[in-house]
Design a protein around this ligand. Structure first.
Ligand SMILES: O=C([O-])CC(=O)C(=O)O
Ligand SMILES: [Mg+2]
Length: 536
């Protein structure tokens, strides 16, 4: 690392320790006079951070404060995030990051991440040289078209890759300088944004068709040229582009789509864990999905190999999965069925959502619609009538777009639901009993996948990696958590869990001959060696 002195050192977020510089360091680095007398350690600094944070009156203020801290003192930011992940994750990630994205052009302070626009066409390789890091291993890229359940936020969507990267660092221990958030700013279909005088993105309608694809191609090729080891994580693209890009690159480029594959794995893990509560066999389950976008489709497509691994045949596996959308059960009577949903079309007659629950009696109901209220009272009551312990997973983010609240799920099921949601909910007390909703968010999966791909230098990211990640995550739910109805582990253990997932991913990489190099003697040590522990 370059030796910095004086103000330059204090202004460098990576090397700055602020009041934690010792007397000797102050003398050595020319810091005398530039700091108050008191020398504190990182624990005391954390106390100050937490007190200031808790004093802020709104979540967006907390987001801004934490972001400023990251830009001032990276070690302190990450140490505090890691040590207080349950409290701070919702402020740097879902749900607050949703609000931050909506307002990003207005709260903008310091540029972060890397922006590419159509004006960079033909020049992306040389533009990438402007990024100062030489060893980038993880790239999270969005084009801002489907930010959480909030829709097209254009370049304001940059908040998402930034948030995801901070959790790669906190939840998997990837070194910050090995991570790169990228915004492919190809314009926005959001007219209000384009007309906002403070909007900072490329203020034109979105590139589409071949113009769009060729720009993404150029970006992917440029990444492979400049950062040949990097994993590309596609995030928050529109459903259509998400599948198009995954189909285009997955067989030849080290990449995955988090909304399709990460969400699928976290959902599958929750379903596996729910069987420990209901004492049902996974192979017997019937699963209903509301929504036909990238997340719901991804879940169905990962359930198929999971069912097959549990002994079901192809047709039987398909028959366990049903889709509903706002028109009701997806049957052949539906017009314009998306190609990937076709294999799951029900042979029953057309019927409403609630009637489909009555007819099919699903054990598990999953929502991925981006629509608040989609799980209304009638839906939840019918699930509770059909099942002693209905499993309901409301995936959509942020909280304002979740299919139902935790409180509604417990109330309308008389406290019998096993509930999880993409965004966090506080515990709910109903009929004098406290219920603990779990957070089924892909943050339990993607950091471990990334770490495992990095540790194995796997050429490709394959389906089996998500299956083993789901199994590992489900196995990490403690019996005490199962007893209180939680189907995901306490987020405080996520770092350890990500390492467990990474080891399983490495095993797949070596078994499937995808890994770079020879199988290390000790896979765990191989993963451990990569871990960043924030501190001075
Ligand atoms: O960001 C999150 O919290 C989960 C996710 O990928 C999404 O909702 O698109
Ligand atoms: Mg996402």
């Amino acid at each position: 690392m370059k030796s910095l002195y004086g103000k330059t050192l204090l202004n460098d977020p990576v090397q700055n320790k602020s009041t934690a510089f010792t007397r000797e360091e102050r003398e050595h680095y020319g810091l005398q006079g530039l700091l108050p007398y008191g020398v504190t350690d990182i624990k005391k600094q954390q106390q100050r951070v937490l007190a200031n944070l808790r004093n802020k009156s709104s979540n967006i203020e907390k987001y801004i404060y934490l972001n400023d801290l990251l830009e001032r003192n990276q070690q302190l930011f990450y140490r505090t995030l890691v040590d207080h992940i349950g409290e701070i994750m919702p402020l740097v990630y879902t749900p607050t990051v949703g609000e931050a994205c909506v307002k990003l052009s207005h709260i903008f302070r310091k540029p972060q991440g890397f922006y590419i626009t159509p004006e960079d066409r033909g020049e992306i390789i040389s533009r990438l040289k402007n990024w100062p890091e030489t060893d980038v291993q993880i790239i999270v890229v969005t084009d801002g078209e489907r930010i959480l359940g909030l829709g097209d936020l254009g370049a304001n969507g940059m908040g998402i890759p930034i948030g995801k990267i901070s959790l790669y660092v906190a939840c998997a221990g990837i070194y910050p300088d090995r991570c790169m958030p990228v915004m492919l700013d190809v314009g926005t279909g959001n007219q209000a944004l384009r007309e906002d005088p403070l909007y900072l993105g490329y203020p034109y309608p979105r590139l589409v068709g071949q113009d769009y694809l060729s720009l993404v191609d150029e970006f992917v090729e440029a990444v492979q040229h400049r950062y040949p080891d990097a994993l590309i994580q596609f995030e928050d693209f529109s459903s259509r582009n998400a599948f198009t890009l995954l189909d285009r690159y997955a067989a030849s480029v080290r990449c995955f789509n988090d909304d399709i594959q990460g969400t699928a794995a976290v959902t599958l893990a929750g379903i596996y864990a729910s069987c420990r509560i209901t004492h049902k066999s996974f192979a017997d389950l019937k699963i209903m999905l509301l929504g036909t976008g990238s997340a719901a489709t991804g879940v169905a497509e990962l359930l198929l190999p999971a069912f097959k691994a549990a002994g079901l045949g192809e047709a039987e596996a398909h028959s366990r999965i049903s889709f509903v959308d706002r028109r009701g059960l997806v049957t052949a009577a539906h017009e314009l069925i998306k190609p990937r949903i076709c294999p799951f079309v029900s042979e029953r007659e057309a019927m409403s959502f609630v009637d489909a629950i009555t007819a099919i009696q699903p054990d598990v109901l999953i929502g991925a619609t981006g629509t608040a209220g989609a799980f209304n009272e009638a839906v939840i009551r019918e699930m509770a009538r059909c099942q002693e312990r209905p499993v309901i997973i409301a995936l959509s983010n942020p909280t304002s777009h979740t299919e139902c609240t935790a409180e509604q799920a417990y109330r309308w099921s008389e406290g019998r639901v096993i509930f999880a949601s993409g965004s966090p909910f506080a515990p709910v007390t109903f009929n004098k009993r406290t219920h603990y909703p779990a957070q089924g968010n892909n943050v339990y999966i993607y950091p471990g996948i990334g770490l495992g791909v990095m540790a194995s230098r796997a050429r490709l990211v394959v389906e089996r990696m998500f299956l083993v990640a789901a199994e590992e995550l489900a196995n990490r739910v403690l019996s005490g958590e199962i007893e209180r109805g939680s189907i995901y582990p306490d987020i405080a253990r996520v770092r350890d869990i990500s390492q467990g997932i990474a080891i399983k991913v490495c095993q797949v990489a070596w078994q499937d001959s995808l890994a770079g190099g020879n199988l290390p003697e000790d896979l765990e040590a191989n993963v451990q060696a990569l871990i960043y522990e924030p501190g001075y």
